[in-house]
Design a protein around this ligand. Structure first.
Ligand SMILES: Nc1ncnc2c1ncn2[C@@H]1O[C@H](COP(=O)(O)OP(=O)(O)O)[C@@H](O)[C@H]1O
Ligand SMILES: [Mg+2]
Length: 250
């Protein structure tokens, strides 16, 4: 089943109207992500990485083209069906952990399950298992404000995976963290990708993450390309990672 396609984007276009002018982010972008692949998307700031992730995750609608998960086309789903689909099928991790500040770590992780109507006791049991996987069992009663940035990102990861999604979409998940904390999140992403048999699309500035993915694509001038110089850059990252002051971010 390894060759099965999990996510397919066909001739995607996305434009924004901004101050009377049209900003074309991309206009004919196609992509296939095989099941269980770990795909890194890199690219300069403003190249459209977040936009692409939002379209793949059904958080924004394309101006043209379509996104398919198997034979399900996101465009054809009603808002309610899309909400359900996202809740069950996709886990999201953002650069900023975006946890609910008034709830504990455990409650934050339970949230996607409660939203889909899972019983409280069962949601708590599942959330505890996810918190255990990210090494934070001992912090379940802590609120986000009592956790470090790295710990908050671990809780976000646990929350993203609480509902057993098939797909993980992460937008610069280490972007707010120092190098070493970022590295521990990368290690965790790797572990959880295998453990939960995920298909992962990771948008990243961090070439250390990119170097550990199955495939790296660069978003440039509205298209996805195989980066020709990534091998060299990755070698640079490995060198830099041995420095005490951290590694390389492009
Ligand atoms: N809501 C919006 N309205 C207008 N322009 C937008 C909007 N969102 C993104 N853009 C523009 O689309 C381009 C791609 O943005 P983004 O996907 O955030 O890039 P990246 O994540 O690679 O930094 C940028 O030029 C940005 O200014
Ligand atoms: Mg972005």
């Amino acid at each position: 089943m390894a060759s099965e396609t999990a996510i397919r984007a066909e001739s995607l276009g996305k434009s924004y109207r901004s101050g009377g002018a049209e900003v074309v982010v991309f206009n004919n972008l196609s992509l296939q992500v095989p099941r269980n692949e770990r795909l890194a998307v890199i690219g300069e700031s403003g190249s459209g990485k977040s936009t692409l992730l939002h379209l793949l995750g059904g958080l924004e609608k394309p101006s043209s083209g379509k996104v398919l998960y198997g034979d399900r086309e996101l465009e054809s789903l009603s808002d309610h069906e899309l909400d359900n689909f996202r809740n069950r099928e996709i886990g999201y991790v953002w650069q900023k952990p975006s946890l609910l500040p008034e709830f504990t770590a455990l409650e934050n992780v339970m949230m996607p399950l409660l939203i889909r109507g899972v019983r409280h006791s069962e949601a708590a049991r599942t959330a505890r298992a996810r918190l255990d996987e990210v090494g934070l069992s001992h912090r379940e009663t802590h609120r986000p404000g009592e956790l470090s940035g790295g710990e908050q990102q671990r809780v976000s990861l646990a929350r993203a995976l609480a509902g057993k999604p098939n797909v993980l979409l992460a937008d610069e998940p280490t972007g707010s963290l120092d190098f070493r904390t970022g590295e521990s999140i990368v290690a965790l992403l790797t572990e959880l990708h295998s453990l939960h048999e995920l298909t992962s699309v990771l948008v990243t500035h961090n070439l250390s993450i990119a170097s550990r993915c199955d495939r790296v694509l660069e978003l440039r001038k509205g298209g996805l390309q195989t980066p020709s110089d990534v091998g060299v850059q990755v070698a640079g990252v490995k060198q830099d990672a041995t420095r005490l002051d951290g590694g390389t971010y492009v």
